[in-house]
Design a protein around this ligand. Sequence first.
Ligand code: SAM
Ligand code: DTB
Ligand code: SF4
Length: 328
Amino acid sequence: MSEPLSDPIRHDWSLPAVQALFALPFMDLILRAQRVHRAHHEPNTVQMSTLLSIKTGACPEDCAYCPQSVRYETGLAPEALMEVAAVRECAVRAKAAGATRFCMGAAYRSPKARDLQVIGHMIREVRALGLESCATLGMLTPGQARELKAAGLDYYNHNLDTSSEFYGEIISTRTYQDRLDTLQAVRAAGLKVCCGGILGMGETQIDRAQLLRTLANLPQHPESVPINQLVRVRGTPLADAPNVDPFDFVRTIAVARLLMPRAHVRLSAGREAMSDELQALCFLAGANSIFYGEKLLTTGNPDVARDRQLLARLGLTAEGHEARRAGA
Ligand code: SAM
Ligand code: DTB
Ligand code: SF4
């Protein structure tokens, strides 16, 4: 799609410029985001990714939002790395339900060599089904990123989660720079980048602006930008974090759309707690991707029937299934 002169792809956003977008009257911001959205994407189309936790819990990291950290009593039963055949079966079901991408998540600080070999087999099976593959396995060395690329991996998910300033309040076991280094390794290996953050951890709007600014000022924009609303899990330090103002959530989606016009912006975790109307506003603001299927990694997500109904009520079509809808 053509690139209008009014919204070139930029990598030099200043904090005041991003804050000025957040400060726009809501209607003006949404209209601008919708215009940019339509200049770069098929309108009325949503990309659908299904998640699977291939290795669950007992993670040594201390991410304050996460039910899988070994440090918090969340009642989650840890599970070892799944068998390749079992992962394939889940991918078959995800494809039959209408997903086009299958994302495998593992509760690692970073994967071990033996794990990566097995995960390589999983990636091959997923791709053989005609699905795009995505993995999120923690920090990677440049060599590990190349190994995943060689196995056929399409996307790597690694979130910055929040601003560099607020990051230390949420995670102490790794640094923001560690995250950036992995993103660079992923890019250098030729993988597509899926990178976003979480809202609702007690961050300010400046933190949200800084997160989006950091993403937009990367040498290349991520192809996929997941915007998660914190799923508050009992036992984690953020179990009682304050609600996010829904309009601020929508504003963040809109600013992500304006800063990264070509990216797929994913309305990610937290949809189970959102009304259909709020989700519709997020799509209007430029979200064009969702996690699809009853479960995220360890927590709930709207079921397939509810999502199908929502898309149908809004006249939205699953990306990759447009021809089917048109009767072709
Ligand atoms: N262990 C790997 C890592 O952290 O990079 C991969 C899996 S980790 C669960 C993937 C992402 O899920 C995190 O970066 C975070 O953004 C998101 N996440 C985890 N727990 C969440 C929660 N309770 N609510 C919203 N997002 C969450
Ligand atoms: C992302 O940004 N969100 C997903 C995915 N990437 C890996 C994970 C959400 C996890 C929500 C909490 C859970 O289900 O454990
Ligand atoms: Fe571990 Fe990832 Fe959860 Fe952090 S977000 S505790 S690294 S599984």
